[in-house]
Design a protein around this ligand. Structure first.
Ligand SMILES: *Cc1c(COP(=O)(O)O)cnc(C)c1O
Length: 365
């Protein structure tokens, strides 16, 4: 049973529209410490079952604030998978931390713990997992691994609002989890982000860092606050997120169940996991995903892989110095197409997507 089925109980049934929430915010102080932000943080904490929610101006700000809250210092090493976007690694570099790329398992974005074990040094200070396109990772195993090594476990859930694993929200496996509400994500405030934690000290440190250390001149910090208008939009949209996700999951199933092409298969879902339906991922079994994304594009079905030129991060020039062979990550990003399943996808688009997938004949050799 999905946790999402009961979540609407956590919302006031008289949910307000975007315009209502924004109008209410316009009558108040719009700053990042104003009442709209306070209400939004309370609503986020309640919706996701967290003790603390701290808002941020973006998902990458949330990553930076989380790592700063953990007390990481220049030169500290953080282990992460290279299948994430540059948006995760730039905040790491901004804090002068060292990204240490570790491979994924063959069929998911889960960290390869055997390789991670070999990468741990006396300077390792954190492990960051980044579930992509809403697919769960084996966060239970990674959390146990991190715990055994005395390392904090961070989840960058910019793609991962309300992913579930074994009856719990995925975020609950981490000490601290970060989210984005950028226009390309599953819940949209234009720009924006937040983090969730059950650790009151971490939340306190995060608030300090995101608010100039409260300008006391004792603690360093920056301004990573969200504004009142974005918070108002978040307040209006949060109650609709969970119904959206249920609809997205149905669309995923509708497409995947009609996939009838021996060259393709949906990416398997980690045991006990529930994706959030950001995208459906379909894999080219022979590994030539480039021709698959080209074919889908020609059929009018866009793929993030093409749009963002997704590849393991160390293949970008700016990260070349951190290169380390991650064959599973390379094969994974090289073989998938992302298929849109957002609430705008109705029956005609499902037909179009299914026929595009089933008419794929493989790449020319
Ligand atoms: C989009 C994204 C971010 C950055 O979020 P912004 O709100 O755009 O700063 C960070 N991490 C991942 C995995 C993302 O997909």
């Amino acid at each position: 049973m999905s946790t999402l089925a009961h979540i609407s109980d956590r919302f006031d049934p008289r949910a307000r529209s975007d315009a209502d929430e924004i109008a209410r915010a316009l009558d108040e102080n719009l700053s990042g410490t104003g009442p709209a932000v306070t209400r939004y943080e309370a609503a986020l904490a309640k919706a996701f079952g967290a003790d603390e929610a701290v808002t941020a101006s973006s998902g990458s700000s949330a990553v930076m604030v989380a790592l700063a809250a953990l007390g990481l210092q220049p030169g500290d090493e953080v282990i992460l998978t290279p299948t994430c976007p540059l948006c995760t690694v730039y905040p790491i570099m901004a804090l002068r931390l060292v990204p240490v790329f570790c491979d994924t398992l063959p069929d998911s974005f889960s960290l390869d713990l055997e390789m991670a074990e070999r990468l741990i040094t006396p300077n390792t200070r954190a492990i960051i997992d980044i579930p992509m396109w809403g697919y769960p990772v084996a966060a239970d195993a990674t959390a146990a691994f991190a715990d055994r090594h005395g390392l904090p476990y961070v989840l960058d859930l910019a793609h991962g609002h309300a992913i579930e694993l074994k009856g719990r929200f995925l975020w609950t496996y981490a000490q601290i989890a970060t989210f984005s509400t950028h226009a390309s994500k599953i819940m949209v405030t234009g720009e924006g982000g937040f983090l969730l934690t059950n650790n009151a000290d971490l939340a306190e440190q995060a608030r300090l860092y995101a608010r100039f250390g409260n300008l006391g001149g004792v603690h360093f910090g920056m301004n990573h606050k969200i504004g009142g208008l974005q918070a108002a939009l978040g307040l209006a949209r949060l109650p609709r997120l969970f119904d959206d996700i249920l609809q997205r999951r149905n669309t995923m199933t509708a497409i995947a169940s009609r996939l009838d092409n021996p060259l393709l298969a949906p990416l398997p879902i980690v045991e006990g996991g529930q994706p959030n339906g950001l995208s459906l991922l379909v894999r080219e079994l022979a590994g030539n995903g480039k021709s698959l994304v080209d074919h889908m594009d020609a059929c009018g079905v866009p793929s993030d892989i093409l749009e963002y030129g997704c590849r393991p991060l160390y293949q970008f020039p700016i990260l070349a110095q951190y290169a380390r062979s991650c064959p599973n990550a390379e094969a994974l990003l090289g073989s998938i197409a992302t298929i849109p399943v957002h609430p705008g996808i109705a029956r005609p688009e499902v037909e179009q997507i299914v026929s595009a997938l089933n008419s794929y004949h493989g790449g020319s050799i």
